[in-house]
Design a protein around this ligand. Structure first.
Ligand code: NDP
Length: 459
């Protein structure tokens, strides 16, 4: 018996996530000859195999490479089948179990509303499928620390942690993994990667668009739950963790959890919340909603490496640009002999732009041409597109592939999820009210008071 899953079950195959992300990812797997022999979609719609295949074709046209007749797409459609059933009924799982007869380590993918996670797990356990399956759980992992603990308990009552794959698709993104490699593959960085040389760290995820008609969903979530607790704290952990003793799942996740546990739990004075004007007019949004579409945070890490270095996280909708960046700002040299007294030089910095147009920039000082010895700023930039041809691997394709191999490096561990919720738990409910900010601005001006490093926010 190999360790590879030879079947995928998509709970929620007729849903939004399947259409936007999962079918395009499965086509990439087919292209790379990594598709398992069976992909079974299970959902409530009164569909047959042909209707699910049509849904997958539409997905490829709208969200994939656009060609539903490519050899890879045809391969996917040929292994795709549909099982209609209600997750709250045991017969659904009896039929599923029959369909999975002989399958090795099937990957059970929960692309379903969180309220149904427990029903699906109970159904799977009812027919004994949990004994030889892997479980992929989509975000959100609960709505707060208590909810996350409860969900972990539910899942771990039937599945061993080694069989659970909690998706934070950010961890499957090549840009995010590039950051990890850059940090750990360059010896010159380690001696300066600490409180002695680094002044501050800023992580920004800005979006120039709004809630895209998903006001009802967003009302239940807000920026803190939607992207900070998961994606942006994952990025922070990659920047701040100690170098692991190996690149395997256990060593990497041990270090990530350790640093998350060292992050001080946020207090209300550590954040500024904002809401873009017009949000309350969105469909499904309360007229007096206080849900944040913007949040800026100041985090402290109580560790030997980072004590006293502020980490800032900022995210928002309807900001001027769509971009995700990590800025590592170094301290100024102790004496600045060559600086222009009227214009202090920008301190050295490393800027990882994850999106758009992935690049890494090292900001340095050089001598300006002319008679005077005077330093000026220059940027040394590497653009990843220089060496990449064609589309990069989709995050979900990478995650499918790793989960099918039983490789957990890129998935969140139970204790990691809880460690991240612990950081934000108090301010989910105890927080200052959201300030209004205009669409196309960088959020509420109050956020400028939160950031104390020279130069303020990097816009
Ligand atoms: P949808 O509401 O679009 O899809 C839900 C799916 O579950 C549908 O296939 C639906 O079947 C099925 N379903 C619901 N209730 C039942 C039931 N009682 N019995 C059988 N099938 C049922 O949700 P999304 O695809 O948007 O989200 C799924 C998960 O992915 C959620 O956990 C979400 O948080 C997460 N996620 C979603 C993202 C997105 O972009 N959409 C992004 C990141 C995470 P049918 O339609 O046939 O009734």
């Amino acid at each position: 018996m190999s360790d590879r899953s030879d079947a995928i079950v998509l709970f929620g195959a007729s849903g939004d996530l399947a259409k936007k992300m999962l079918f395009p990812a499965l086509v990439q797997l087919a292209r790379d000859d990594l598709l398992p022999g069976r992909v079974i979609g299970v959902a409530a719609s009164d569909w047959d195999d042909a209707e699910l295949r049509e849904y997958a074709r539409q997905s490829i046209v709208e969200y994939g490479d656009g060609d539903p007749d490519s050899p890879a797409a045809i391969r996917l459609l040929s292994v795709l089948s549909y099982l209609r059933g209600d997750y709250r009924r045991s017969d659904t799982f009896v039929h599923l179990s029959e369909r999975l007869d002989g399958a090795e380590l099937p990957l059970l993918y929960l692309a379903v509303p969180p309220s149904l996670f427990a029903s699906v797990v109970a159904g799977v356990v009812g027919v004994g499928l949990h004994e030889h399956s892997r479980l992929v759980v989509e975000k959100p992992f609960g709505r707060d620390l208590d909810g996350a603990r409860q969900l972990n308990k539910t899942v771990l009552a039937s599945f061993p942690e080694e069989a659970v794959f909690r998706i934070d698709h950010y961890l499957g993104k090549e840009e995010v993994l590039d950051l990890l490699v850059f940090r750990l593959a360059n010896t010159v960085l380690e001696p300066v990667w600490n409180r002695n040389y680094i002044d501050s760290v800023q992580i920004t995820m800005s979006e120039s668009f709004g809630v895209d008609g998903r006001g009802r969903f967003y009302e239940e979530v807000g920026a803190l739950r939607d992207v900070v607790q998961n994606h942006l704290l994952q990025v922070l952990s990659l920047v701040a963790m100690e170098p692991p003793i190996a690149a395997d799942a256990r060593a990497l996740r041990d270090e990530k959890v350790k640093v998350l546990r060292a992050v001080r739990a946020l207090e209300p004075s550590d954040l500024v919340r904002g809401q873009f004007t017009g949000y309350r007019d969105e469909e499904g949004v309360a007229g007096d909603s206080d849900v944040e579409t913007y949040v800026a945070l100041r985090l402290s890490i109580d560790s030997w490496r980072w004590a006293g270095v502020p980490f800032y996280i900022r995210t928002g909708k309807h900001l001027p640009v769509t971009a995700t960046e990590v800025l590592i700002e170094f301290k100024q040299p102790p004496q600045m002999f060559f600086a222009d007294a009227d214009a202090p030089p920008h301190p050295n910095h490393l800027l990882f732009r994850l999106k758009p147009g992935e690049q890494v920039t090292l900001g340095m000082q050089i001598n300006e041409a002319g008679e005077q010895l005077r330093s000026r700023n220059i940027d040394l930039t590497y653009e990843y597109s220089q060496e990449h041809e064609g589309p990069r691997q989709l995050a979900y394709a990478r995650l499918f592939q790793e989960a099918m191999d039983g490789e957990q490096r890129l998935f969140a561990r139970a204790d990691g999820v809880e460690a991240a919720w612990r950081i934000v738990d108090r301010v989910l409910t105890e927080h200052p009210p959201a300030h209004a900010y205009g669409q196309g601005t960088w959020g509420p001006p109050a956020a400028d008071d939160l950031i104390t490093c020279d130069g303020g926010w990097h816009n």
